[in-house]
Design a protein around this ligand. Structure first.
Ligand SMILES: [Fe+2]
Ligand SMILES: [Fe+2]
Length: 210
């Protein structure tokens, strides 16, 4: 986990290498995002809500997997605390949560998931999708931390970047414990290739975290 604390000092290229990401975010994104901070915070709040909900779903679907339950339970609390902290940032600025927006990125990622296969294979698909969202969020939080002018948000996004990097590692190591290193590494590479295609095809917009 400690090496992740140094993410900020790394070049974009090296950060993405560590996270596995094949395509860096378009640098224009952070500039547009900065001009739409209310939209970004609202979208971000729902990302945290979805992250917590996703971990709860995994616990409910796989209660027999003790390692998963033990690993995901504190992550639910952590993601929900991130949600609370985003709400706090909105409140401080006199902004409101507003309705959830269509999450094109996540909808498209769901299309990567393999249908069928065994129960553990299906679980690995879900864990890798979560790992991918954590990795991309981590990259975006780093961009916000480095480039945003608001000092409080700069610090906020640094803390969240470190936290999401830890989650990314959790999801990947959990996946490997079920289907083995070789299978997961191969499948992970396929996920990364598909994710890069999705990122490339999505419009760069300042009102979305992804
Ligand atoms: Fe989070
Ligand atoms: Fe997370």
């Amino acid at each position: 986990m400690n090496s992740w604390l140094y993410l900020c000092g790394m070049s974009e290229k090296f950060t993405n290498h560590m996270l596995g990401l094949q395509l860096p975010t378009d640098p224009r994104w952070v500039n547009i995002a900065q001009m739409n901070i209310e939209d970004i915070l609202v979208d971000h709040a729902y990302c945290e809500q979805k992250a917590a909900s996703s971990c709860i779903s995994l616990i409910v679907q796989y209660p027999d997997k003790k390692d998963l339950v033990d690993m995901m339970t504190p992550v639910v609390a952590e993601e929900w605390s991130h949600f609370e902290r985003v709400i706090e940032q909105l409140n401080k600025r006199g902004m409101k949560l507003g309705k959830q927006r269509k999450d094109e990125y996540v909808i498209r990622l769901q299309g990567i998931l393999k249908k069928g296969g065994g129960r553990e294979e299906q679980l690995v698909e879900k864990l890798l999708m979560n790992a991918l969202i954590e990795a991309r969020s981590c990259e975006r939080f780093k961009m916000l931390h480095l480039h945003i002018e608001d000092g409080e948000l700069k610090k906020f996004y640094y803390e969240l970047m470190v936290s999401e990097a830890g989650h990314y590692k959790n999801f990947l190591s959990l996946a490997k414990s079920y289907m083995g290193e070789e299978y997961v590494s191969k499948r992970w590479k396929e996920f990364l290739v598909e994710e890069a295609k999705i990122i490339e095809s999505l419009e760069v917009r300042g009102d979305r975290m992804h």
